[in-house]
Design a protein around this ligand. Structure first.
Ligand code: PMP
Length: 332
């Protein structure tokens, strides 16, 4: 989305030497960062009307590219946008590879945004003749390496997850306010407690659905480990069907000889876990060491899950790193 709110083109000619990078794909053009902008009439901006993907690049390969394309086109369909009519999958792949190559990205991150396109000030999506496509390929550094060993502290959000019947969280839509406002609970609590050490900061939340079951974080899926078995909520709990989550379930757990089970669970069960971790394209896999509960930013309870990253989380993450640093980074 950064391209969508960036400043309009300036009169200064950009050049590689001014550090005006990355080159960003905006509706058919590859533009320097300072010139990469979309119309203020784009319904992606006006209404959060659109879908997106966050994708990892490892060793120049686009990790799980096919699965990301499947999800993008499925999500577009779910918002009644016939994306294939305008941009074929092959073309979408070509756009991404163009951005990766143009910016010399070996290990990085792709943000692929499909907006409803330019329309009127009204809501009607059918008045937007064609979707907008923005592709940003950049480097990424989310958490410091120590954080992965130490694990992170998270907050149980007071705000529930938007119910499936209102807006299915399986749609990776441009409307992330439910998640952003939940994440703000963690940030505000962290600030209120005056936490300054990076490794102690509260940067992620656990969100419950309106039935009281655990769903996911604001930008990550969630897992726990109990008696050697890995558990994660099913998609019907109201979660994004994460590509990293699928990789953990289909590849990493079998490779490590660990059983994985999808089931609904409450916070009480989660807090009784031996280990817990979050997964996402940006964060990859990161342990959860502590959970804080609060009511209106007053801490009501603190629960320790594990002293640091637990052994099963570590085994899975080691396997993860082994695959994405190998010569066989999967694009399937
Ligand atoms: N849940 C939400 C709400 C997310 O935004 C993300 C990150 N895109 C995930 C889960 C993890 O999904 P993935 O592994 O595909 O990045």
């Amino acid at each position: 989305m950064s391209a969508m709110i960036s400043k309009p083109a300036t009169t200064t000619a950009p050049s590689a030497s001014t550090g005006d990078k990355p080159l960003i794909w905006v509706n058919g053009q590859l533009l320097p960062k300072s010139q990469a902008a979309v119309s203020v009439y784009d319904h992606g901006l006006l209404y959060g009307d659109g879908v997106f993907e966050g994708i990892r690049v490892y060793k120049g390969k686009i990790f799980k590219l096919k699965q990301h394309m499947d999800r993008l086109y499925a999500c577009a369909n779910k918002i009644h946008l016939d994306l294939e009519k305008f941009v074929s999958r092959d073309e979408m792949v070509r756009i991404q590879r163009t951005c990766v190559e143009a910016n010399g990205i070996q290990d990085g991150y792709i943000r692929l945004v499909v907006t409803r396109g330019v329309g009127t000030l009204g809501l009607n999506p059918y008045l937007c003749p064609e979707p907008g496509v923005v592709c940003i390929a950049d480097t990424i550094s989310l958490y410091k390496p120590e954080m992965y060993q130490k694990g992170m502290r998270v907050v149980l959000a007071n705000r529930p997850k938007t119910p499936i019947a209102c807006l299915d969280p399986r749609i990776k839509s441009l409307n992330y306010l439910n998640n952003i406002l939940a994440k703000c609970e963690a940030i505000h609590l962290s600030n209120k407690l005056g936490i300054t050490k990076p490794e102690d900061q509260l940067l992620e939340v656990i969100m419950l659905n309106t039935e009281g079951h655990v769903t996911e974080g604001s930008g990550d899926n969630i897992f726990f480990v109990k008696d050697g078995v890995v558990y994660t909520p099913p998609s019907e709990a109201g979660i994004l069907e994460g590509i990293t989550r699928r990789f953990v379930m289909d590849t990493l757990c079998p490779a490590c000889g660990v059983k994985v089970v999808e089931k609904h669970f409450t916070m009480a069960e989660f807090l009784d876990a031996d280990e817990a971790f979050l997964t996402g394209s940006a964060a990859e896999m990161i342990a959860v060491r502590e959970v804080l509960e609060h009511k209106d930013l007053e801490v009501t309870a603190t629960h320790t899950i594990s002293a640091g990253e637990g052994p099963i989380t570590n085994a899975l993450r080691t396997k993860f790193r082994e695959i994405v640093t190998s010569d066989h980074v999967p694009e399937d």
